[in-house]
Design a protein around this ligand. Structure first.
Ligand SMILES: Nc1nc2c(ncn2[C@@H]2O[C@H](COP(=O)(O)OP(=O)(O)OP(=O)(O)O)[C@@H](O)[C@H]2O)c(=O)[nH]1
Ligand SMILES: [Mg+2]
Length: 325
């Protein structure tokens, strides 16, 4: 066989881009190959800084990422970008858009840009994203940027992948401001009002600052609010400086450890749920306890909720007995 998992791993660690692309496809698909790759590479990981760039469609996230890549490269660091596109998984339109937007760096061998569609992986994009970021780090990328659209639940869980989350808005993003006020957007470590050349940018920035003052009272990290015009790289250097400051803060306050523990905890529970969901159907079919419950359900002798509780009790009590043996 031309490509073995061993050769992909070896080449990926040596910085080979084709091996990296293959590895990301494998973790995107999930399954035993993905598990194998992560198992090999995980012990050496944990040093890369993960930056999440999130915000509503069209606010200028990719344009900002493009500007940030230039800053990161100026510091001599290697940067990988994962552009997640949950809104249009099949058309490829947004994927093409991201490619064009970031094409200023396609010739740079220290920049790797990859679009990931919301498909394939049984556990959804979040789980595949964790692993894709790992492939980038294993291949020597110091910084991994993850771009996600929107602020819904699944995007939030992707944002949780990041060490530093940058929330991007644009002038007049009234709904987004409401979301910040009501705490939905408390995930932001840094706020950016992009399209600063449009009217109302400073007003939007003041509104964010005002609502952050309340929500971050007493907090050690006060999220900075930047106004940028990413198209012409205006204000984008300060965004990169804030990211570096935030990284420093995380390193020295001990919060990086806490944050990553929290991230791994939620990944673990997502993975367990994922595996359980995949295994449940077959194992339920072969359980006499479940078959008995099913008959009683059909006869309305027991309701579905109580039956489910009974199945859970059965699973956990039998595990406990096994452990005690
Ligand atoms: N006026 C102005 N336009 C901008 C600025 N930054 C980006 N744009 C434009 O806004 C549009 C959307 O930019 P993108 O960077 O693709 O936005 P995005 O948030 O990545 O979009 P999605 O990934 O589709 O959600 C493009 O036409 C950009 O040229 C800016 O600072 N000022
Ligand atoms: Mg984009």
């Amino acid at each position: 066989m031309k490509f073995t998992l061993e050769s992909i791993t070896k080449d990926l660690v040596a910085g080979d881009r084709r091996a990296l692309a293959r590895a990301i496809s494998l973790v995107e698909d999930g399954g035993p190959d993905a598990v194998w790759l992560v198992r090999q590479l995980f012990p050496k990981l944990g040093r890369a800084h993960l930056i999440g760039i999130t915000g509503s469609p069209g606010v200028g996230k990719s344009t900002l990422v493009d500007a940030l890549i230039a800053e990161i490269r100026a510091d001599g660091l290697k940067v990988g970008v994962l552009a997640i596109d949950p809104s249009s998984p099949f058309t490829g339109g947004a994927i093409l858009g991201d490619r064009i937007r970031m094409q200023g760096h396609t010739m740079d061998k220290n920049v790797f840009i990859r679009s990931m569609a919301n498909r394939g992986h049984a556990g959804g994009t979040a789980l595949a994203t964790y692993d894709a970021a790992r492939m980038l780090e294993a291949s020597g990328y110091d910084i991994v940027i993850i771009e996600t659209v929107g602020v819904g639940q699944s995007e939030l869980s992707i944002a949780q992948t990041a060490d530093t989350t940058v929330l991007v808005l644009m002038p007049g993003s009234g709904d987004d401001i409401q979301a910040i006020k009501s705490g939905i957007m408390e995930i932001g470590d840094i706020f950016v009002v992009n399209k600063g050349d449009m009217p109302g940018a400073n007003k939007t920035a003041s509104e964010i600052i005002a609502s952050l003052e309340l929500s971050t009272k007493g907090a050690e990290w006060k999220p900075p609010v930047h106004v940028t015009n990413a198209e012409v790289n205006e204000g984008t250097r300060s965004v990169w400086e804030s990211i570096r400051k935030h990284k420093n803060f995380l390193d020295h306050s001990g919060q990086l450890k806490e944050k990553r523990k929290h991230k791994l905890e939620s990944e673990l529970s997502e993975l367990v749920a994922d595996i359980a969901r995949n295994n449940l159907k077959t194992s339920l079919k072969h359980s006499s306890h479940v078959q008995g419950l099913l008959l009683r359900l059909c006869d309305h002798q027991i309701d579905p909720h109580s039956a489910a509780e009974s199945v859970i009790e059965d699973i956990f009590s039998s595990k406990e007995v096994e452990q005690k043996k």
